[in-house]
Design a protein around this ligand. Sequence first.
Ligand code: ATP
Length: 595
Amino acid sequence: MPRVKPIPEMEEEAEEVRQEVEGASGAEGSPDAGAGGEEGAEEEEKEVSFDELGLDEQLKRALRKKGIAKATPIQQEAIPLILEGKDVVAKAKTGSGKTFAYLLPLLHDLLKLSSEGRIRKPAPNAFILVPTRELCQQVYNEASSLLEFCTSKLKVVQVTASMSDKDITVALSGPPNILVSTPACVATCISKGIMRGSSIKESLSMMILDEADLLLSYRCEDDLKALIPHIPRSCQSILMSATSSSDVDKLIKLLLHNPFVLTLTEVGRAKDDVIPKNVQQFWISCDAKDKMLHILALLKFELIQKKVLIFVNSIDAAFRLRLFLEKFGIRSAVLNAELPQNSRLHIIEAFNARLFDYLIATDDTKTKEDKQTDKENKKEARVSRKHLQQTLDAEFGVVRGIDFKNVFTVSEEESSIFEDIEHMLQEVENKDIDCISPFPLLTKDAVDSLRYRAQDVARSVTTRDIQEARRQDIKNEILNSEKLKSHFEENPRDLDLLKHDKLLSNKEIPAHLRDVPDYLIDPKTKEASNVVKLSRAAMGIDKPQRRKRQGFKGGSGKSRDPLRTFSAEGKSRRRRRKDREGEQDRRKKSKKAES
Ligand SMILES: Nc1ncnc2c1ncn2[C@@H]1O[C@H](COP(=O)(O)OP(=O)(O)OP(=O)(O)O)[C@@H](O)[C@H]1O
């Protein structure tokens, strides 16, 4: 798809397109590089079906299977411009459909080139660059789902720094038509000669930067600059962002040439795009030592909707909270930068599938850990900053763009910057309404009813327990992740096979901790808990049916430990093994018959 460059006589046409786009959707479209988006007129919600966008029938069939019939505003504006070969900057809020806004025209063009036998092959035809591995997986899944009904086998792969050079070389053999990766990983592939710059120059026809406003915060600038010499002038560049920011403007100037800038009106400057309209924010004030007690009260009395995502600011704090809650019979999983990528992705998918309700996340990619390592573990504290940095995955990030589905409550632990947050929110929101208010359902009686038990239990969770739990968890995850890697490649939806919220201690949970006696619950808390349950029922949120386990038969729940009864070889390997065994049997029988 050669890029269409706005040239003088096209300027008028571009001006017409701009006015047309502006009028139609209130989007601000202009061919000026980095023009940024001014607040356009309120766009009226017009409905455009994908049939009207002239997309390949096979792609529309995949959309129909997903129950997607109408294009979102950003898709209505961006898809035609991208199909015309124009460079496009699309700024639209998170969850507005930007991924399909670039995937659909990209796949449409590649399918067309493929049917005409015009695909250039020595390297991928398109790069989709995102800040983190989690987003690589997400974009890879979306692209693969759109290709489900495509007869001409376009190949999309994802490559991340967690893969060995050998695996990356295998993934890039062919080569694939679309490469989903991070800028750092692509730059490394080029510097190591796994991908040749000259081949990229010959093959690359589209480069997409998704979540562009995050890319620079993930230290991608140098890696992106390293790519520029290998990007052919004819390459069409697309930039997607959920906010406008100086970082985005910088990237536009760095990598795009006179792009059409689409800014949907609800997108403002980065700081404005803080609270999506469907989010309520509350605060609870308590002593630092009572934070886990308050979280326990919220969860134990069911005063907040499940599922719950809890952010803490260190991996130790995450495991301390997990061990603490576990002693009250509340199971949770911890998502952190130490985990192997497959485990992190699997945890997010299992959490989205509601296989567990409480996820404790720490976006701890810095080495705050060694500062906060507990004194009793001085030897850990000597862990070098470099070593810890290596074990913490710099491409990990529980950031916007990760599709956490149906999360109802997010609690910010360690919110010691509450005042700054409140002032910033007041600045960007309507001054005369409280944009963050005191949580109304948690009473002092409810907290006090659990205080002594919570203090006892908190004291019983020692730093040694935390270190042991971390070691145990990472060992389990690494073992499971490697052992089941080929299985999950062939059965990505087999989420139930691994339980990430497994109890860390094998001690029986005493009844007086697991169950709160009725007499201890004050009437107001009982009423509040009922209100939350009723609203949950009204939203039709029920516990999912545990998926039937695949891969092994029979036995009671206990005996069906997947790691004991499950062979890690994938289906195809199993089939080849069975064929070999069958062949050997046949040979033995024929020998017997001869003798
Ligand atoms: N036209 C559509 N109609 C209905 N749902 C859609 C449509 N396009 C995309 N979606 C769905 O909306 C969800 C969000 O889409 P997507 O991830 O592309 O949003 P986004 O703008 O990229 O968000 P983010 O900035 O967080 O990445 C996805 O689950 C996607 O399947």
